[in-house]
Design a protein around this ligand. Structure first.
Ligand code: F6P
Length: 296
């Protein structure tokens, strides 16, 4: 822990990551976990805890508030943009910008060498980054977990495109994208120490299969943690500043067990319980009526 006063927070705006340090894990995974949390509150004289995180962190925040009655306020932060109850999480815009910049650069190689480039972005359960970066980067196809894909249909799009004289294509794949049953060999699942499926590498399987089925030279790029690093966009800096102010207001109002959320460009407190155990899927209207219009 460290005191987060004005002096220690100075220079934070252009920085990514967290000053405090962070890890994956929950006090509920340890026998003495809850006692340790309670002891830390008492020892440090903590009046309020502001939990900044995605679905996992916010779910634990909600449980700690309910089970121990702790004074907790949540702030939605994840590049995945998949927190239920808010229109947007901070970190998402930065990740989309990084992925879009990468796609812009990949167009050069795709066009110079007449290649298909398969780009994998993050998103285990939701394809927000893939959909936004795919639209912004002019993808030929975007594969997301919410919409299981048939690789033959993707190959058909690529063949049609080549017949029209366009030999370079970008296929954007969310790491959690899955093939429709029986359409492509799956991959063995690997789990991390917290039981999360460790994803990453779907693009490789897809790139091989595209090359095999179409004969088009295909390469893959896995953006991985590059999307989660570096300096935040101006949009994310403004968003997190707005969330920060609202979180402090919620603390002063004693709105424990609430999360600050964006609703139609207003930051409002909503019960943390609304978000627990849920994942916000991609807006399928955006996927089908906007992104898909430009496939092929
Ligand atoms: O939840 C944020 C996230 O970046 C996901 O998009 C991604 O699947 C996961 O974390 C990666 O986790 P790790 O850093 O443990 O590989």
């Amino acid at each position: 822990w460290m005191p987060l006063d004005v002096a220690s927070s100075r220079g934070m705006l252009p920085r990514g990551g967290t000053l405090l340090g962070t890890r994956r894990g929950s006090p509920y995974d340890h026998t003495a976990g809850l006692d340790q949390v309670r002891a830390a509150f008492d020892e440090l004289g903590i009046d309020a805890l502001v939990v900044i995180g995605g679905n996992g962190s916010l779910s634990v925040a909600s449980l700690l508030h309910n089970d121990l009655g702790l004074p907790i306020v949540g702030v939605p932060k994840t590049i995945d943009n998949d927190v239920v109850g808010t229109d947007i999480t901070f970190g998402f815009n930065t990740a989309v910008q990084i992925a879009t910049d990468a796609i812009d650069r990949l167009h050069t190689t795709a066009e110079s060498h007449d290649r298909v480039m398969v780009v994998e972005v993050m998103g285990r359960h939701s394809g927000w980054i893939a959909t936004h970066a795919g639209i912004a980067g002019g993808a030929t196809a975007i594969l997301i977990p919410e919409n299981p894909f048939d690789l033959d249909e993707v190959c058909e799009l690529l063949r049609n495109r080549h017949e029209r004289g366009r030999y370079a294509s970008i296929v954007v794949v969310a790491e959690g994208a899955t093939p429709k049953e029986g359409t492509m060999a799956g991959r063995d699942k690997v789990f991390d120490q917290f039981g999360h499926v460790r994803l990453g590498g779907m693009a490789e399987t897809i790139a091989h299969a595209i090359e095999e089925r179409t004969g088009f030279e295909t390469r893959m790029v896995l953006l991985g943690h590059i999307q989660r690093g570096g300096t935040p966009t101006a949009f994310d800096r403004v968003l997190s500043t707005r969330y920060g102010i609202a979180a402090i207001d919620a603390v002063h109002a004693g709105a424990w067990g609430h999360m600050v959320a964006m609703r139609a460009n207003e930051v409002v407190p909503i019960p943390l319980s609304e978000t627990v155990g849920r994942t916000r899927p991609v807006d399928m209207h955006l996927y089908h009526e906007v992104a898909e219009v430009f496939f092929g």
